[in-house]
Design a protein around this ligand. Structure first.
Ligand SMILES: Cc1ncc(COP(=O)(O)O)c(C=O)c1O
Length: 393
């Protein structure tokens, strides 16, 4: 089978570990094993005693108990531990879909959310997020028109990567109603959950797992909790039959969680509020710096401030940006390659995520954001040169 290229991973693979100024990441600032154990009251000595045997396929009961606590009404048995968050997307699509099924998926999106479904059933209809003057919104009437009797699954991601959008509780309820009235499954990727309060609007919305029995919810420790190297993720699946079928697929992928990850994840979950608080503080501070930058550079860039999550989309006026060059950039993908290669600044081209070629994604979760942003700004054409070229047009 010919699979679609995973453009985000391919782009990151070129530069992520060599660029000096990484501005594109979606994860929040990470921590070392020693720091984590210090925070949780664990010890390296205890960690050293972890046995490296197989673990339980569904995940250690204590691990699942700590996760179930994060939801109003999830039971320990509803939780399936993954060997990475992205594994949950693969397992869900394999479990729910087959040829002939149709899927409706919010766009833009993290590549796997569209492509795995497409590989399995071949028909993914895109439901586009709508830009407004000040932000983004969902078009629920459009969703209604896309869903039909063949639609098996609706895929969404809130808080949303890359836009930083999140619906209100009322909008989420209406979305669920559309799924319910069409008897569809709803896959809700909630991996940025907990980063809402970094923003003024504080949109507290319930997990989809609380309000719809046919919701499958993905989360993990990579983003809000800043621990992507743990490769720790989970699904909440209320439906027993689907859960068991999915565990059947897991036997063909990773069988069970890695024992060291399981130990460290339990430690991390025991201090999850502290980890999430730290991430929110970083995002909040970076968001202020980003807002100032966007104001200063408004002739080149337009942004729609995020209301949740750790990422934001920036729309670039490529003609204006290239006005001091002999050959302006054709699209943001060319621009991002040039920035990474010649200035060591890493932005993610929006095209990787299904955006138009004027967008780039930047991440707000890293402690190095202010200096990386300054490095980007240093590459921009000077203001005076810009306004001259403006007046010449
Ligand atoms: C929306 C979304 N879901 C899932 C993932 C996968 O997370 P991980 O790479 O930790 O498996 C990502 C990673 O960027 C993501 O942005």
């Amino acid at each position: 089978m010919k699979i679609k290229p995973f453009l985000t991973e391919q782009f990151f693979a070129l530069y992520e570990f060599s660029a000096s100024h990484v501005l594109a990441s979606s994860d929040c600032e990470t921590t070392s094993i020693a720091e984590l154990l210090d925070l949780s009251g664990g010890s390296l000595e205890e960690f050293g005693k972890v046995e490296l045997g197989y673990t339980e396929t569904q995940g250690h009961p204590e691990y699942r108990r700590l996760i179930a606590e994060m939801y109003e009404s999830a039971a320990v048995d509803d939780v399936v531990i993954l060997t990475s968050p992205v594994e949950g997307i693969y397992l869900t699509m394999q479990t729910l879909l087959e040829g002939g099924d149709e899927v409706v998926a919010l766009s833009p999106a993290y590549d796997a959310l569209h492509h795995v479904a497409d590989h399995v059933c071949g028909k993914v209809q895109l439901w586009h997020l709508v830009p407004t003057e000040t932000g983004w919104e969902i078009d629920l009437d459009r969703l209604k028109s896309l869903v039909n009797s063949k639609t098996r699954l609706i895929i969404v991601n809130f808080p949303h990567n890359p836009s930083g959008y999140q619906p209100t509780a009322g909008e989420l309820e209406q979305l669920v109603e559309i799924a319910r009235s069409n008897d569809c499954w709803l896959f809700c990727d909630e991996i940025y959950r907990g980063l809402e309060t970094a923003f003024e609007r504080k949109p507290a919305i319930p997990s989809a797992a609380e309000i719809y029995p046919k919701a499958i919810v993905l989360n993990g420790l990579s983003k809000t909790f800043g621990l992507p190297g743990l490769r720790a993720g989970w699904l909440v699946i209320r439906d027993k039959q689907i859960r068991e079928e999915l565990i059947g697929w897991k036997h063909y992928t990773t069988i069970c969680p890695a024992a060291p990850t399981e130990y460290l994840s339990i430690q991390a979950l025991s201090v999850r509020d502290k980890l999430a608080h730290r991430s929110r503080e970083i995002v909040r501070a970076n968001l202020e710096i980003c807002a100032e930058f966007m104001k200063r550079q408004s002739a080149l860039f337009r942004w729609r401030p995020p209301i949740a999550g750790s990422t934001v989309l920036v729309e670039i006026d490529l003609a204006q940006l290239g006005s001091h060059q002999t050959q302006p950039f054709a699209n943001t993908t060319d621009y991002c390659h040039d920035l990474a290669q010649n200035h060591g600044v890493l932005l993610l081209p929006g095209e990787c995520l299904g955006c138009s070629d004027r967008f780039v994604r930047i991440g707000l979760g890293r402690a190095g954001f202010p200096s990386a942003l300054a490095a980007w700004e240093a590459t921009l054409p000077p203001m005076a040169a810009r306004s001259e070229s403006h007046s010449g047009n």
